[in-house]
Write a protein that binds this ligand. Structure first.
Ligand SMILES: [Zn+2]
Ligand SMILES: [Zn+2]
Length: 183
């Protein structure tokens, strides 16, 4: 996913204001690219973000919603799911907004969390990462998806086949005999 203009904010003015100054923005961004090979975003990303000037840095908090499409891990069908992400990220300016002198950024600061020399704070990459993490946790088209039959390959959500009841995995066949003997 490339950088989205709708997720880029000029924070020069905010950085010139006193610690504690805030800005609040409505987000409505169209993510056109896929997040990765498996996840596509199919509705605009909407929500609100708040920027807080914390001294040298900017703390971004917010909640954003969108809809993703991926394929089910059980039945392989494409499905869509609403996702919601929470942001709580510190962004570090690389220059002093007044003097233009380069600032040292902490070593642990991710490159996605830098405010560039034009005072642009870009949420694209942190949003992409959050969406991917959230999407990774959404595995199935629905919690009770029955998946494909391992024997005949039919989608068991759509049709029931005769395989399930009649076929006993050979690995368990011995166990079954044992159980009968115990009874
Ligand atoms: Zn499924
Ligand atoms: Zn079957």
């Amino acid at each position: 996913m490339s950088a989205l203009p709708e997720l880029q904010f000029n924070v020069a003015q905010l950085l010139k204001e006193a610690t504690g100054a805030t800005r609040s923005y409505e987000v409505n961004a169209k993510i056109k690219d896929e997040l990765d090979n498996e996840v596509i975003v199919v509705s605009p990303l909407i929500g609100q973000v708040v920027f807080l000037h914390t001294g040298p840095n900017v703390l971004v908090t917010g909640q954003l919603q969108t809809t993703i499409q991926k394929s089910c891990g059980r039945c392989l069908a494409d499905f869509t799911s609403a996702v919601s992400i929470e942001l709580e990220e510190i962004f570090y300016p690389v220059i002093n907004v007044v003097t233009g002198i380069p600032l040292e950024t902490p070593e642990e600061a991710d490159s996605a969390n830098l405010i560039d020399e034009h005072n642009i704070l870009d949420l694209s990459e942190v949003v992409r990462q959050e969406l991917l993490v959230t999407s990774d946790g959404i595995l199935y088209c629905r919690p009770d998806c029955k998946g494909l039959c391992p024997h005949c390959g039919q989608d068991r959500n759509v049709t029931s086949c005769d395989c399930e009841d009649n076929t006993i995995d050979p690995r368990w066949a011995g166990l079954q005999t044992l159980q009968i003997a115990e009874d």
